[in-house]
Design a protein around this ligand. Sequence first.
Ligand code: KIV
Length: 277
Amino acid sequence: MSAHNPPAAGSPKKVRVHHLAEAKARGERITMLTAYDAVTAAIFDAAGLDLLLVGDSIGNVMHGHSSTIPVTVDDMIPPARAVARAAKRALVVVDLPFGSYEAGAQQALETGVRIFKETGAAAVKLEGGRRSVAQIRALTDAGIPVVGHLGYTPQSENLLGGPRVQGRGDEAVEALSADAKAVEEAGAIAVVLEMVPVDAAARITEILRIPTIGIGAGPACDGQVLVWTDMAGMTDWSPRFAKRYAELGAVLQRAAADYVEEVKEGSFPDEAHSFQK
Ligand code: KIV
């Protein structure tokens, strides 16, 4: 990404909404990770991530819920504010949690405006295709950029029967493509495709002008997103599509265990970590 183009990974230039479609047009892949606090957001920003998602996966990852459904707008605001403060380059996207936009355009607008006013984020994300068109249009008309989310949509887990691949079979691919087109036409700036077969994701990526950002949707997507704790190996479990780039959970447990041992035996704090008069 040159001075005239979207910033490349590592470039200090701030990523803006228009850079996403430009990156797609040039065939340059877009990178996104979730972040829920200022420390990790600063690390990911320095690593060159294009987008940081304050996902409602915060419900599972940070609050210990078994789904995203209990997450509220009040839960989203402080982490979104912290991530937006820490991100010098990455564009920060905040999830609209379950129950904060489904009632219609007015409810979505009220939630989006509150998130924008109180966090400093640059875009919001919401789930659903044709059913969410009015909400996407209202937010976009008000100057709030929207990222769509199709395929497996965790807020509908009860309807979908849990985390299952979506878009298998010709009819399902047609429906998914129609949803993707509707989201684009309503003004979305990008669309997340979650747990979608490779061919279906490739077709949707081809028919859209806006970028697709895949999670369990194969390599043809214009970009990729992962939940950071899965990617970093923070827990024993991670979904099949989430490559573990590190084993930070084990590293952190070892560090904590060493600390416990040294405090118990009296070798910490030593002279180097103490003050003399
Ligand atoms: O909340 C989240 O982390 C997400 C990703 C799975 C895309 O929506």
